[in-house]
Design a protein around this ligand. Structure first.
Ligand SMILES: N[C@@H](CCC(=O)N[C@@H](CS)C(=O)NCC(=O)O)C(=O)O
Length: 201
């Protein structure tokens, strides 16, 4: 499989999961700015939507949208317990988290990397802070979003919460979220993914 990624972008979430799953893959750097691969290929020919992540399967089929990709990967290695079994109530709980992260956090926080007007950024920052406070409450007494065990939703939350450092969102008062970020950063697969993306010295 190939993962088209950009360092530190939302593609870090499936990148972490590929490593947690122990699946072999080829990382392919795709610039979200120039929309070119390193060999000059036009990224729009890979994903007409022009964004990462893209997972290319061994048969050449391509899957986009982070929440779909991480569930696909989790279902390839059921023994790793990266997502509850399909059809169970727990699986819908996982999807509840993935949808929350993608619609309420990912786009809102990600927007602040762009050249948006400052007053719009202040509004987005306030909204993201409210949402993250809610996440902080949900993490009370839990190691991970789904409870004691790690799931694909944690890699996504880690990836998006990591952006707060660069977008002026202060999470220092959010103790549970802070502990979650430290717990995630200590996982070997996360360390490996960050190192591979050049985000760790
Ligand atoms: N709906 C997509 C959004 C992916 C997305 O926002 N990708 C960003 C990086 S975090 C990107 O490549 N942006 C470049 C662009 O949209 O032109 C998903 O959830 O996978």
């Amino acid at each position: 499989m190939k993962l088209y990624y950009s360092p530190g972008a939302c593609s870090l979430s499936p990148h972490i999961i590929l490593r947690e799953a122990g699946l072999s893959f080829e990382p392919v750097l795709a610039s979200t700015k120039t929309k070119k691969l390193q060999d000059g290929t036009d990224f729009y020919t890979i994903n007409a939507k022009g964004y990462v992540p893209v997972l290319e399967l061994d048969n050449g089929e391509r899957l986009t949208e982070g929440p779909a990709i991480v569930q696909y990967l989790a279902d390839k290695v059921p023994a790793k317990n990266l997502a509850p079994a399909n059809g169970t109530m727990e699986r819908y709980r996982l999807q509840e988290w993935l949808n929350f992260i993608t619609s309420e956090l990912h786009k809102g926080i990600g927007f602040m990397f762009g050249p948006a007007a400052d007053d719009a950024k202040a509004l987005m920052r306030a909204k993201a802070t409210d949402r993250l406070k809610w996440v902080d409450e949900q993490l009370e007494g839990k190691s991970y979003l789904m409870g004691d065990s790690f799931s694909v939703a944690d890699a996504y939350l880690f990836t998006v919460t990591n952006w707060t450092k660069h977008t002026g969102i202060d999470i220092s008062g959010m103790k549970n979220l802070g502990a979650f970020m430290a717990r995630m950063a200590a996982r070997p697969a996360v360390q490996e993914a960050l190192k591979a993306e050049g985000l760790l010295k």
